[in-house]
Ligand binder design. Structure first.
Ligand SMILES: Nc1ncnc2c1ncn2[C@@H]1O[C@H](COP(=O)(O)OP(=O)(O)OP(=O)(O)O)[C@@H](O)[C@H]1O
Ligand SMILES: [Mg+2]
Length: 255
């Protein structure tokens, strides 16, 4: 397995009007190609900052970071697809055009692009909604479309920042199953930020626990379940034990 992401003592200080804010400190982390990593940590500990640095939307201020064969901190790249807490679809475009946006911001979409977008919509059960506007879709459907948009330009890294936080529990479960399938079918490397420990355990192969600000990595837990996961897994004693262990780490080490 080769590493896709290598962070070495990465740190981030925001300079603000009222002084410096140390958001991240000494983050050393390797993520292998094809791996699924989840990150949990208290509010304000720097999780979104970490994703933004990986997406080159924000620059780190110390240490080094490598993504694929480039140093982080250069210009924004095509290598990354990002899903935010809100779907952030453009209301005046139909779903297909929204999914194609990462392509059309750069060039005219080709027939192959359109086909790739339709394949993604098909994968998440939205092909019939390709020509609807976002407000004609439910919140869960919009978030599925946002996942398609993050994947349409074939990024090597899929970043998800609390993508299902605003959804009801049942929709969230269904989307977790879907994300697991998408991850298996597309062979992407994925980083998920979540406030839900069960969601982290269900989806990830490794869960990273971060401390309160300044955010540091205080624990890494390997999740030994196979790649294919179904909701029954959540009812098993192994699942409960791992979730309880991470909750304890969270309470003892992350505070
Ligand atoms: N653009 C910015 N300028 C200044 N400070 C910032 C900026 N963005 C984030 N911060 C600060 O950096 C810290 C980490 O913020 P970040 O958004 O990364 O946290 P988070 O872990 O994602 O929190 P949450 O779980 O609530 O989303 C916070 O103290 C925040 O106030
Ligand atoms: Mg955040």
């Amino acid at each position: 397995m080769s590493a896709l992401v290598e962070l070495d003592r990465l740190s981030k200080v925001y300079s603000t009007r009222t002084g410096d804010v140390v958001a991240l400190q000494g983050i050393t982390l390797t993520i292998d190609e094809g791996e699924f990593v989840a990150v949990v940590g208290p509010s304000g500990c720097g999780k979104t900052t970490l994703l933004k640095i990986l997406a080159n939307l924000e620059q780190h201020t110390g240490g080094t970071g490598i993504l694929g064969n480039r140093e982080l901190g250069g210009k924004a790249s095509d290598d990354v697809g990002m899903v935010f807490q809100k779907a952030t679809l453009l209301p005046w475009l139909d779903i297909l055009a929204n999914v194609l946006l990462p392509v059309t911001l750069k060039r005219r979409a080709s027939a192959a692009d359109r086909e790739a977008a339709m394949d993604l919509l098909r994968m998440v059960g939205l092909e019939e909604f390709a020509h609807k506007r976002p407000d004609e879709l439910s919140g869960g459907m919009q978030q599925r479309a946002a996942i398609c948009r993050a994947l349409v330009h074939h990024p090597s890294l899929l970043l998800m920042d609390e993508p299902f936080g605003a959804l009801d529990a049942m929709t969230r479960d269904a989307l977790n199953v879907e994300v697991n399938r998408i991850w298996r079918e597309t062979h992407k490397t994925a980083v998920l930020i979540t406030h839900s420990i069960p969601e982290a355990v269900f989806l990830a192969q490794r869960v990273i626990v971060m401390s309160a600000r300044p955010g540091r990595i205080v624990e890494e837990i390997e999740i030994p379940f196979g790649r294919e996961r179904t909701l029954e897994l959540m009812g098993t004693p192994e699942f409960a034990a791992l979730s309880a262990r991470i909750r304890r780490d969270f309470e003892v080490k992350a505070a």
